[in-house]
Structure formats: structure tokens, C-alpha cells
Design a protein around this ligand. Structure first.
Ligand SMILES: [Mg+2]
Length: 509
């Protein structure tokens, strides 16, 4: 396709930006400039990247498997009654194990919203717990919720906290666990459910229930390949699971691909990311049925399937420089931060929440503009009141004698009284106006937050600032988008331009 054309023609096409029109929710956003033309190799994670889970079904399953294990540890039978609540957990939250709270922070680590169990903390409760400290560095006390797989445990933990508080008698003859112990139990039981296969075996047995099919996946991968790009799969899932999932989401999409294997030049399963990026494990070749073939090797060969391995070996096999590889994944830490730091790969983050976020931003545009306007107004009012307070203090200290010495006539006392009254009135008026503005602003923010997510607001924003998650997306991903198939709208020679970096004092008034 385009890469086969002579350069002047490609340049013409690129300058004319001849690309398919993408819907607004399918846009790809750029944090750091990236010339797609100079990316000959693209790698993909599987879970939540190529293969999209039906989150509600997965959450229900995850809950069932984990609760079963908690009951065996003596947790109250009431736990079996809790339902899934996919909205309650979003990425970027932190669990405060000490107090049994779940908090959302802005990019500076300040807590803007917090729940104890499922109850939202009032402003004063929140302030008394979190005002003085910037969070994020106390690793012992806080647990980050970073992967989509870890969302169900947040809801489950909140429900356990509710049971600890409201029904301590249920735990007899044992004592109720501390909030910290409960978190560790929930985590361990979820981990066990993943390790012992209870979750993946059940998904494997009923793939269609847990995965959505995107009919554009095959065509998107094919578009990359016809543009001369080579593709690889790098997943932590093991072979039989990978085979079942990719067969389901990619089978029968394009006639010229007999199976999903044909889309990829290199296939690495059971990669154990993020360790893959720093370790030295060898590559074990597997056959199409998942059985081992021969001895482990240092470098994977094209067209074969491998278990394990390491980044350096794969990099040698790819035969290009680190910054000529784009790796597409959904996990900020495991896929994006590590691959970028250790290998210099360029990174694309898949954030499925983005679709909903863009949709709300579009449909609530007027409301968002109003919030912006009210915030500016609030800042101006606060500044003005501060200035007037200073004036008010100066006027109240002033004496009649000073006025007379300054040339005032015999009505000096009356003048002074009048000046004091005027300043007081103005302060009172502005205070009232400020209060009304603050109230309206709070109502508007609440209203727009409900559209994003009724518990937490936008995944990317914290009140008027960027959330911790939003800041991570910004810092670590070169580009980000809601799903892999959005790349079908992009020319293989596209230049992704980042908005020019700016500091606050570079912006115009
Ligand atoms: Mg993944």
C-alpha cells in the first residue's frame, strides 16, 4: 500500500492528510511526537489490548471465585450475597489499608474523594484524614489499583469493610479482621483464583461469554502488515488460553489468514512482564498444540511460538533499534512504563475508558465550559476579597486625628465611618457572591461527575485538575487511544504531533 509508493507521492498523501475520517471517540492522542513511518515493528499485548473482556461478566466471575475462597477462610456467608458493581472501581484509585478507605487522588497526590467501604466520606472527614499528607509514597499503607484485572477486588474489599463495621458479630467465634488483614485476604484469594486457574479455566470453557468481538481487529492488523510493518504478540497468558482467546476474536475475519498465528511474525506467550523486560529467561519453543519443542534458546525465530524469554533476546530477533518498535498495551506499569524504561520501545496505551470520557465531554460541553468559567470567577473573587480585607484592616486602624492631620475638615469622623461602612459592605457583598459561586460550581461539578461515573467522576480528572491516572497516561504513553482498531483510521506514514509543551507562564493571559 502506501509504503510501496515512491517517497514524493507518499509525502503528497501525507501532507494532504489523506486518511479515513475517524469518529471523535476513535481518535489517537499524542503525548510525544511519533513518526509512524519510522516504526517497522509493532508489538501487542493480548488481554484488554487485542482481546476485549466483557467487564461485567468477568467481574461477576471473579467475585464468585474469590468469595468462595474467602468463605473457606471463615468469612461470613453474607458475602455470597453481594452483587457486582462495575462502576465502583476505576483505574488510578488507591486503597488505604489502614482505614479501610478507597481514595482518588489528583496528579500531586492530594485526595479529592474517598469512600469508607461504600460510603463516601464527607468533606470534613476526608480533610481530617488526608489534608496534611501527600500520598503515594507510603507503599506499605496504600495499594494502587492499576490493572483492569484488579478492579473487581476493589468492590469486594469495600463490601468486606462494610461487613466488618456493621456486623462484627457475624465473624464470631473469630474476631473480625483488621482493614489491613481484610485487604491482604481479598488480594490473596483473587491471586489464587488467577493462579489455580479457577478464573481462566471457566473463561476458557465459555469464551463467547467473556469476550467481545471487534470485527475490525483482523482488518486493522492486516492494514499494518500490508504497509510492510512486522507484528509480534507478547502476552503473559499461557499458550492454550491465548490460542482459545485469539482464535475466538480473530477467526474467520479475513479469508487470507488461516488462523490467528498468521497475523504475527513472532509469538511470545507466558512472558511474565514486567520481568520480561529486565530478566534473562530463555525462550522455550512450543508446537501448535502447546507442547515443548527442543531445548530453550536465546533468540526467538520468526514464525514460531515461544514460552517465556526476555526483551534483549526478542530485540535482537526483531533486528531493529528499540525506538523503531511500538508496543501496544493496556497496563501502565507492566506494559508501558517497563517497556519504555528498559528497552526504549515507543508505547501506545489502550484505555477503554477513553471512549466514554470523550462521549461525556462532547455531550456535556456547555456544562464543562460553565465549570471552567465559574472556576476562573471563583479565583478572581478570592483575590479581590483578599485585597479588600487588607484595605479594611488599614481603614479600621485609621483614626480621626490622622484624617485631620491629612487635611480633612470637621466632618472627618463622619467620613471615616462612611469609608469603613463602604468597605465592609463591599466585602460582605463579594463574600456572598463568592459563596454562591462556590455552591454553583460544586453543584455543576457533581452534575458532570455523575455523567462520567457516579462514584468517582472522570477517570482522567480530579475536580479541576488531572487525576493520578491521567498524569500516568500523560507521563508514560507516547500515544493513547480507546482501542487497537482505531489504528485503522491512521495512515501508516502518519506523523503523530504532540501539542507543543508549555509552562503556565508561556500561556497567553
Ligand atoms: Mg493486558
Amino acid at each position: 500500500m502506501l509504503s510501496g509508493l515512491p517517497f514524493p507521492i507518499r509525502k503528497l498523501l501525507r501532507d494532504a492528510d489523506l486518511e479515513l475520517e475517524a469518529p471523535a471517540t476513535a481518535r489517537i492522542f499524542t503525548n510525544r511526537d511519533l513518526a509512524f513511518e519510522r516504526i517497522p515493528v509493532i508489538g501487542f499485548d493480548m488481554d484488554y489490548t487485542l482481546a476485549l473482556y466483557r467487564q461485567a461478566a468477568l467481574e461477576t466471575l471473579s467475585l464468585e471465585c474469590t468469595v468462595e475462597k474467602l468463605l473457606r477462610r471463615g468469612y461470613p456467608a453474607q458475602l455470597a450475597k453481594i452483587g457486582s458493581d462495575p462502576e465502583f472501581a476505576i483505574r488510578g484509585l488507591m486503597v488505604d489499608k489502614k482505614y479501610g478507605n478507597i481514595v482518588k487522588m489528583d496528579r500531586h497526590g492530594y485526595v479529592g474523594r474517598a469512600y469508607h467501604g461504600k460510603r463516601m466520606l464527607s468533606r470534613s472527614e476526608r480533610k481530617s484524614l488526608y489534608r496534611t499528607q501527600r500520598l503515594g509514597s507510603e507503599y506499605e499503607r496504600f495499594a494502587a489499583v492499576d490493572t483492569l484485572f484488579s478492579l473487581p477486588e476493589v468492590n469486594l474489599y469495600a463490601e468486606v469493610v462494610e461487613l466488618i463495621d456493621q456486623a462484627p458479630g457475624l465473624w464470631a467465634p473469630q474476631r473480625a479482621p483488621s482493614y489491613g488483614e481484610a485487604w491482604n485476604d481479598v488480594r490473596e484469594c483473587i491471586d489464587l483464583s488467577h493462579q489455580d486457574g479457577s478464573i481462566k479455566d471457566r473463561i476458557h470453557a465459555d469464551i463467547g461469554r467473556y469476550f467481545a468481538i471487534d470485527p475490525e481487529l483482523g482488518p486493522t492488523l492486516h492494514k499494518f502488515r500490508s504497509a510492510g510493518k512486522r507484528l509480534f504478540l507478547l502476552t503473559n497468558s499461557l499458550y492454550s488460553y491465548t490460542d482459545a482467546v485469539l482464535s475466538y476474536v480473530l477467526s474467520d475475519q479475513l479469508a487470507n489468514y488461516e488462523s490467528w498465528h498468521g497475523y504475527f511474525d513472532w509469538i511470545v506467550v507466558g512472558a511474565e512482564k514486567p520481568r520480561f523486560f529486565t530478566g534473562a529467561r530463555l525462550f522455550q519453543e512450543l508446537d501448535g498444540a502447546g507442547a515443548t519443542v527442543g531445548e530453550p534458546v536465546a533468540e526467538p525465530r520468526r514464525g514460531r511460538i515461544y514460552l517465556g524469554g526476555n526483551q534483549a533476546g526478542l530485540q535482537r530477533a526483531l533486528g531493529v533499534a528499540g525506538d523503531e518498535v511500538l508496543y501496544v498495551g493496556d497496563h501502565i506499569y507492566g506494559d508501558i512504563v517497563r517497556s519504555k524504561k528498559s528497552s526504549g520501545w515507543r508505547t501506545a496505551l489502550v484505555v477503554d475508558d477513553l471512549e466514554h470520557d470523550l462521549e461525556v465531554r462532547r455531550s456535556r460541553r456547555l456544562l464543562l465550559d460553565e465549570i471552567e468559567h465559574l472556576s476562573q470567577l471563583q479565583i478572581r473573587l478570592t483575590d479581590e476579597i483578599t485585597g479588600l480585607r487588607y484595605l479594611s484592616r488599614a481603614v479600621s486602624k485609621m483614626t480621626v486625628e490622622e484624617l485631620v492631620r491629612g487635611g480633612a475638615g470637621k466632618d472627618a469622623e463622619g467620613l471615616l465611618e462612611e469609608a469603613r461602612a463602604q468597605v465592609r459592605q463591599r466585602v460582605d457583598r463579594l463574600r456572598k457572591y463568592e459563596e454562591e459561586t462556590a455552591q454553583t460550581l460544586a453543584r455543576r461539578i457533581e452534575e458532570v461527575d455523575l455523567s462520567f461515573n457516579r462514584y468517582w467522576g472522570s477517570v482522567f480528572a480530579a475536580r479541576k485538575d488531572v487525576s493520578r491516572f491521567g498524569a500516568q497516561v500523560d507521563s508514560y504513553a507516547c500515544i493513547y487511544t480507546s482501542r487497537v482498531t482505531n489504528f485503522r483510521f491512521v495512515s501508516p506514514v502518519k506523523y503523530f504531533h504532540a501539542p507543543h509543551g508549555s509552562l503556565p507562564h508561556w500561556q497567553r493571559g
